[in-house]
Design a protein around this ligand. Structure first.
Ligand code: ADP
Ligand code: MG
Length: 276
């Protein structure tokens, strides 16, 4: 059951006054993710990472190319679309916006179970909710709380549990910890890594952070202005980058022991020379 992205391009129409032009957000991207594999997608803001995530999640339609999972196209309708949606779930960036303040945690987890007919009857549903909470290291009494009673990290765990509820085989995590306190980021990433191992999930981990990309991913893809310019095993990409831009990213990565600001400048200059 491979997730296959083939020759995918996404153009947005941009209007400036009376003129309209095409912005190529993603240019002819091809890659695949196997079950049990974590692939990181790194690159600066605006390089097209979220647009790739949205196309995989059916939130945007590719201008051309195809995305398939287990032979089902992302653009399918009806029963096929349902199957695709259940298998590919997202973890939101903002744990404060992704849960409804008026509903309990149990309600958030019951909904996908009921919609996808994963359980029958109240007791079975409740048991399944508690099992989902346990899978993300939350205690069963969280079920009756509301989002405002939870920390950002706990909310993100609920969001992950909700993604698992319909039986996801792939998680698309678009900067899943960038809005969390630095102190709890690793625990959420470790949770994702454990679930990924235990349940053999495929994960697309979108991030700015090369250090966690290397630590948590089997492979790293580097995106520059809509193009995937490099893909390889994480250590190789970090230790022996093939593309100039990857080297620039590595040099610009925050390093408290060095002159971070100067490196940042070098990075901005690189983008300037390439007309960004
Ligand atoms: N709905 C949209 N309409 C027009 N332009 C968009 C839209 N979504 C994204 N873009 C543009 O596409 C490019 C890639 O954006 P995005 O995928 O969000 O990048 P990233 O996630 O890497 O920061 C950017 O130039 C952005 O402004
Ligand atoms: Mg983004």
């Amino acid at each position: 059951m491979t997730l296959e992205v083939t020759d995918v391009t996404k153009k947005f129409k941009i209007r400036k006054g009376l003129k309209s032009s095409d912005l190529v957000a993603v240019n002819n991207a091809s890659f695949s993710i196997e079950p049990g594999q974590t692939v990181a997608l790194v690159g600066e803001s605006g390089s097209g990472k979220s647009t790739i995530a949205k196309m995989i999640l059916r939130l945007e339609r590719p201008t051309s190319g195809s995305i398939t999972l287990d032979g089902v196209r992302s653009t399918a309708r009806g029963e096929e679309a349902k199957k695709y949606r259940n298998l590919v779930q997202m973890v939101f960036q903002d744990p404060f916006a992704s849960l409804n303040p008026y509903h309990t945690i149990a309600h958030h987890l019951e909904r996908p179970l009921l919609i996808h007919h994963k359980t029958r009857g109240r007791e079975e549903t409740r048991a399944k909710v508690e099992e989902l909470l346990a899978r993300v290291n939350l205690s069963p009494d969280m079920a009756d709380r509301r989002p405002h009673e939870l920390s950002g990290g706990q909310r993100q765990r609920v969001a992950i549990a909700r993604a698992l509820a319909p039986g996801a085989r792939y998680l698309i995590a678009d900067e899943p910890v960038s809005m969390l306190d630095v102190s709890i980021r690793l625990s959420v990433l470790n949770l994702l890594a454990r679930l990924q191992r235990e349940e053999n999930l495929g994960v697309l981990y979108i991030t700015h952070d090369l250090a966690t990309a290397r630590h948590f991913s089997d492979e790293i893809m580097v995106m520059l202005k809509g193009n995937i310019v490099e893909r390889g095993p994480s250590d190789e990409v970090i230790l022996n980058p093939q593309h100039d831009y990857t080297r620039t990213l590595l040099d610009a990565a925050p390093d408290p022991s060095h002159h971070g600001r100067m490196k940042r400048q070098v990075h901005d200059e690189y983008l300037a020379t390439t007309g960004s």
